[in-house]
Design a protein around this ligand. Structure first.
Ligand code: ZN
Length: 236
């Protein structure tokens, strides 16, 4: 199920489309990159802000973004990779393999994947700007670890950020705070993956130390829970 349906079913109106900026250690790291075209307005998106403009609101130029971790290949998470000219792109090895191959073969699943994004991902790989993360519980930067298993897509991932208090940035591995509270799967790759998706919500809470420190992917509540200026919320 797509988030649009989940959010509306839950009476929460439209989802928000979020990118997360992690700063420190000389790096400006994005988790996800937003979407690249307004063609996706068919899903009801309004107030589109190009991802490179969005990071400027947080005081970072697009060329200052050093790395982009892609949680999964959906259009609203991978579409912005073309807007950050110096960034290294990080994605799960299995996610890359599936969506550049099998997903487009007979029986493959590629709903929500924009072929233009996949082509850009392959192009960036040929330019030496792609890194493949191989599996679960991998430290990709000091204090930042990638986790898999929620199966939102073929090999989606989420991050744990070690700060003076840790946070888990769930992206679409958990759409809404409500998913955490009600232990409901959010948009798993297939129905068979719902149990894994729910199990991973528990894991995210453990990794963060509290459900309050798991940040769901599409929930507008994060802009109420954390100090917000305009369209930027500071997670702390
Ligand atoms: Zn998604």
């Amino acid at each position: 199920m797509r988030c649009e349906e989940d959010c509306r079913t839950a009476g929460l109106g439209k989802p928000v489309y979020v990118i997360w900026l992690i700063r420190g250690g000389g790096r400006n790291i994005l988790l996800d990159s937003g979407s690249h075209l307004q063609k996706w307005f068919k899903y009801g998106m309004t107030d589109y802000l190009r991802p490179d403009e969005a990071v400027k609101l947080a005081g970072v130029g697009p060329e200052e973004v050093t790395d982009i971790v892609i949680s999964h290949a959906h259009w609203d998470h991978m579409g912005g990779i073309r807007f950050f000219p110096k960034a290294i792109i990080w994605i799960q090895k299995e996610e890359f393999r599936y969506y550049t191959g099998e997903a487009w073969q007979k029986g493959g699943i590629h709903g929500g994947i924009d072929p233009e994004d996949v082509q850009e991902l392959v192009r960036l790989n040929t330019k030496g700007r792609l890194r493949l993360i191989d599996g679960d519980n991998i430290e990709i930067f000091p204090g930042i670890r990638a986790y898999t298993g929620a199966r939102h897509t073929y090999a989606s991932q989420y991050l744990r950020i070690e700060g003076h208090t840790p946070f888990v940035l769930a992206s679409d591995s958990c759409y809404l705070y409500r998913n955490l509270a009600e232990h409901k799967a959010s948009g798993a790759f297939s129905e068979a993956d719902y149990p894994a998706n729910i199990k991973n919500q528990e894991r995210m809470i453990q990794l963060a130390g509290s459900p309050d420190r798991v940040v769901p992917g599409d929930d507008a509540l994060q802009f109420q829970k954390f100090p917000t200026q305009g369209r930027v919320a500071k997670i702390k």
